[in-house]
Design a protein around this ligand. Structure first.
Ligand SMILES: Cc1cc2nc3c(=O)[nH]c(=O)nc-3n(C[C@H](O)[C@H](O)[C@H](O)COP(=O)(O)O)c2cc1C
Length: 179
C-alpha cells in the first residue's frame, strides 16, 4: 500500500479490539522508533512498556486523566514515552523533538501493520515519574496506547489545516502552491 494511503487511514482510536498485540509486532514498532533520526544522534527516546494485566499497566493506567482512562484501559499495551533531557554531553534541548520523531516512526510502522497508537498528554507526569522511579533527566511526555482499533475506519470529520496554511514558499506571507 502507498505510504500516504497508510497515513491517511491512520487515526487516534479511543477504544481497542480485545485482541492481543503479538510480541513480534510490538518489537517491530520499537525497531522502527530506534531508526529515527535525532540531533547529534543522541537518541534521547525511551519507552517503558506496560502489558495489560500487569502491575506496571495498572500503575500507568492510574496516572491517566479519567477521560483518557475510560477508553485507554481497552488497549493491550500502554507505553510511557520518555525524553532524556540530559546525557553525558549535557542538556539536550531537542530531546522532546526527537522523542516525537521516534514516536512518529513508531506510528507509521504501526499503521502499516493495522496497529493504531493513541498518544496521550493527559496524564500525571509527576506521578508517572514517581511510580516508575525515573531518574531526574528522564521526562515523561506521553502515554501511548497500542492495539488494534475497535473500529478500523477513521471517524468522519477528521480535518487538517490546508497545505497553504502550514507551508510557505520563500517568504512567510507566500503560501506554498506546490509548483
Ligand atoms: C502529543 C499528543 C498528545 C495527545 N493527547 C491526547 C489525550 O490526552 N487524549 C486524547 O483523547 N487524545 C490525545 N491526542 C490525540 C489528538 O487529539 C489527535 O491526534 C488529533 O486530534 C488528531 O486526530 P487523529 O490522530 O485522529 O488524526 C494527543 C496526540 C498527541 C500527538
Amino acid at each position: 500500500m502507498n505510504l500516504l494511503d497508510v497515513l491517511h487511514r491512520r487515526y487516534t482510536p479511543r477504544g481497542y479490539a480485545p485482541r492481543p498485540l503479538p510480541p513480534e509486532v510490538l518489537s517491530t514498532l520499537f525497531e522502527a522508533a530506534r531508526w529515527a533520526p535525532s540531533s547529534y544522534n543522541r537518541q534521547p527516546w525511551r519507552f517503558l512498556v506496560a502489558r495489560q494485566g500487569t502491575e506496571a499497566y495498572a500503575k500507568l493506567l492510574d496516572t491517566l486523566a479519567p477521560a483518557n482512562r475510560a477508553w485507554a484501559q481497552t488497549a493491550p499495551v500502554l507505553v510511557l514515552g520518555v525524553a532524556v533531557t540530559e546525557d553525558d554531553r549535557g542538556p539536550n534541548r531537542y530531546a522532546e523533538h526527537d522523542l516525537g520523531m521516534a514516536s512518529g516512526f513508531l506510528t507509521v510502522q504501526a499503521a502499516a501493520l493495522g496497529v493504531y497508537p493513541s498518544f496521550m498528554a493527559g496524564f500525571d507526569k509527576a506521578r508517572a515519574a514517581a511510580a516508575f522511579a525515573l531518574p531526574p533527566q528522564a521526562r515523561p511526555m506521553t502515554v501511548i496506547a497500542l492495539g488494534y482499533p475497535e473500529d478500523p475506519n477513521p471517524p468522519a470529520g477528521r480535518s487538517r489545516l490546508p497545505l497553504e496554511a502550514i507551508v510557505f514558499d520563500g517568504a512567510w506571507d507566500v503560501p506554498f502552491g506546490g509548483e
